[in-house]
Design a protein around this ligand. Structure first.
Ligand code: DX5
Ligand code: ZN
Length: 227
């Protein structure tokens, strides 16, 4: 598989009147993944978009770009099935929504969809140590560096330490989950996360508000990658 890009624009900050144009521009800039934020109005206050919009964009662009679905919903395991049926290749849900009884269900989901990358997102109030028994079940971990629910917030200082901790953890135990970060990424916080071992950066407002997206992307690439 072709190498994935470091930056994943979050469609939540795109101009919804011109979603197709936004995706095509990202494609023209060589972007391989687009972040797709699903908000249910309960896990977070806002409601964004869900399966119908995903169905449409994935049908048109899904063979050129991977939409990584970030479920900010209270009943994510139900929605995983719905997105999987629409051809979703990458999806994550929140640690904070899970109960002990969900662990066998996560295993079932993994067995049912062996080709879908499944990730675990966690909110700022959650510590890395709380997740450590779950790393084996997931292809990636998404560090939320803002309180989930809206774009354009400030990066919470210290989130980079969670990335470093996860990176240390996977090295020590020989695990191969990837690490993403989501929220408040800009030309300062993006490189900081890369220096701490992140594999990809979700960038919403910084990318979509940039007058020159190529320059914005380059500014996110300026850190040395450490693994
Ligand atoms: C926040 C969403 C993010 C958001 C990022 O709840 O999960 O993906 O779109 O937007 P920025 O980059 O503007 O913080
Ligand atoms: Zn997100």
């Amino acid at each position: 598989m072709e190498k994935e890009t470091l930056v994943r624009p979050s469609l939540l900050s795109a101009d919804f009147n011109h979603l197709g144009d936004a995706i095509e521009e990202a494609l023209s800039l060589g972007i391989t993944n687009i972040h797709y934020d699903v908000m249910d109005g309960t896990f977070v206050d806002a409601i964004s978009f869900g399966e119908p919009v995903f169905k449409r964009v994935n049908l048109i662009y899904g063979n050129q770009i991977t939409f990584d679905v970030h479920l900010m919903t209270v009943n994510p395991l139900k929605q995983v099935n719905q997105f999987a049926a629409l051809g979703c290749k990458e999806i994550c849900f929140h640690f904070e929504t899970l109960t002990l009884g969900d662990i066998p269900k996560i295993k079932e989901v993994r067995d049912r969809y062996p080709n879908i990358k499944i990730g675990l997102a966690f909110s700022p109030e959650t510590e890395v140590d709380e997740l450590k028994n779950l790393f084996n079940f997931f292809d990636f971990i998404l560090v939320m560096s803002v309180i989930p629910g809206k774009a354009g917030q400030k990066f919470i200082t210290g989130s980079e330490k969670k990335i470093a901790q996860l990176n240390e953890y996977r090295k020590t135990f020989g695990l191969d989950f990837k690490i993403g970060v989501d929220g408040g990424i800009n030309d300062v916080t993006g490189p900081l996360c890369v220096e701490n071992g992140v594999d990809w950066l979700v960038a919403g407002s910084y990318y979509f508000n940039a007058t020159n997206k190529k320059v914005a992307l380059n500014s996110l690439h300026k850190a040395k990658v450490i693994k």
